[in-house]
Design a binder for this molecule. Structure first.
Ligand SMILES: [Fe+2]
Length: 431
């Protein structure tokens, strides 16, 4: 049975979208046949709490990503903001097409999310070893693991899957790793967090995907939490869920707060070590002094609301890249707020103590990376994943051996604007 006829038999989880090319002018040769986009829920692992993923993630079927019609593109954009992660299987997409698809979400964006300048002192950035550019389309990066030859104009590229040992304060023993234990590497948003605006979408295309046994991602934070994951998964959590599961006093704090990122945050944090959950930095005082950073300007430092408003659903997503934050700025409660006595910082605050800032953010973000709230994508070759970079946090997971060759194309573009925070009504509702 074809997937479309099975879709007609089962009302859920498949929904059918029939998009007709609307009234094509008589002089053109547009086809008027139905171009159907079909949606299926993503296959959740047994660990996931399905009730928390009702709107999260969809597989999109029935489109050719390399040649989308205007109508399909519009529909896909809306679907991305509604569902945060979209999967297209068996996609055939060139780097040029991937760039065009990514750019379609923000037509005036042009440079890679971290910029294209990899010279000078920015080579100190912790991201530097992970990024290799496709020469023809410098906005598309080749990422993965192992040696790749004659790839899209690159004679050879040595790729290295990021390993938690290079970033976390504590490490899994070689013996446990041999048995399949691993960690979340670094929960993040794809964003420079200095000068450039956070990309709206990231496109991630799996070209070569080594198959292997499951690994067990350990949190190692005293909770005993762990999560079985496919080898080399990309793990996602919803920023909307991150906000929704908070108790009222932390919702109030989130809706009133902004974070200020350090200048050149990836250079600043380079000497520091991450927590065992990959969700922020340990307080060891190892960050670089602002005076030792590459030249920077106050006007390019980024201060963002903690909550970013979804342009389609109006929902609020808790979008903080915890590693790069240096300050927390809290607005006072609105004058007419009903007080319960539990409010945090009712008169507002500007918190510059790094330990305090990190403790507050961790308290708010850690609940959302609980094993039952994580979607670990099980990659297959030719999977194209689009994720709403302003609506989710994600992380690399796992460890490969040197001979396990993984090659992915990744693209995101520094956006043409900064994210929008909560509206006045949002603040009224949640503060
Ligand atoms: Fe990323």
């Amino acid at each position: 049975m074809s997937s479309s006829s099975s879709a007609m038999l089962h009302t859920s989880p498949l929904r059918r979208y029939a998009l007709l090319a609307s009234n094509p002018p008589a002089s053109t040769s547009y086809s008027t046949r139905a171009m159907a986009i079909e949606l299926a829920t993503l296959p959740l692992p047994a660990s996931a709490d399905a009730s928390k993923f009702a709107d999260f993630g969809r597989e999109v079927k029935g489109v050719n990503l390399g040649s989308l019609t205007e109508e399909q593109l519009k529909e896909i954009q809306e679907l991305l903001y509604k569902h945060d992660v979209l999967l297209f299987r068996d996609a055939d997409v060139t780097p040029e097409q991937q760039f065009a698809l990514t750019k379609a979400f923000d037509p005036t964006s042009a440079v890679y999310g971290h910029g294209n300048n990899k010279t000078g002192k920015t080579t100190l950035s912790i991201l530097h070893p992970d990024l290799k550019t496709i020469p023809r389309v410098p906005q598309v990066q080749l990422i993965g693991n192992g040696m790749v030859y004659n790839h899209e104009g690159l004679a050879e590229a040595k790729l290295k899957h990021p390993h938690h040992k290079t970033f976390h304060k504590t490490h899994i023993s070689d013996e446990d790793e041999e048995k399949g234990a691993t960690r979340f590497y670094r929960w993040h948003i794809d964003a420079a967090l200095y000068d450039l605006s956070p990309p709206k979408v990231t496109t991630l295309y799996g070209l070569s995907v080594p198959r292997g046994g499951k690994q067990v991602c350990r949190y190692d934070d005293g909770t005993g939490d762990e999560l079985e994951v496919p080898l080399g998964t990309t793990a996602f959590v919803s920023g909307r869920t991150m906000f929704e599961i908070l108790p009222p006093e932390l919702k109030s704090l989130a809706v009133r707060s902004k974070v200020r990122y350090a200048p050149h945050p990836y250079v600043w944090m380079a000497p520091a070590h991450a927590k065992s959950t990959g969700l922020g930095i340990e307080n060891e005082g190892l960050e670089m002094s602002f005076d030792d950073l590459p030249p920077w300007e106050q006007s390019k430092v980024k201060t963002f609301p903690i909550l970013w408003k979804n342009p389609v659903t109006g929902g609020l997503h808790f979008q903080v890249h915890p590693c790069g934050v240096s300050e927390l700025i809290v607005d006072p409660l609105p004058a007419d707020a009903k007080k319960t006595g539990n409010e945090l910082y009712p008169d507002g605050a500007h918190i510059k103590d790094l330990g305090a800032v990190r403790d507050i953010l961790y308290k708010m973000q850690r609940p959302a990376i609980a094993p039952n709230l994580v979607y670990p994508h099980d990659w297959h070759e030719k999977d194209m994943v689009l994720f709403h970079n302003r609506g989710v946090l994600h992380t690399v997971v796992g460890a490969f051996k040197e001979d396990q060759v993984r090659a992915f194309h990744q693209c995101n573009l520094a956006a043409s604007d900064d994210p929008i925070g909560p509206s006045e009504e949002d603040i009224k509702k949640w503060a």
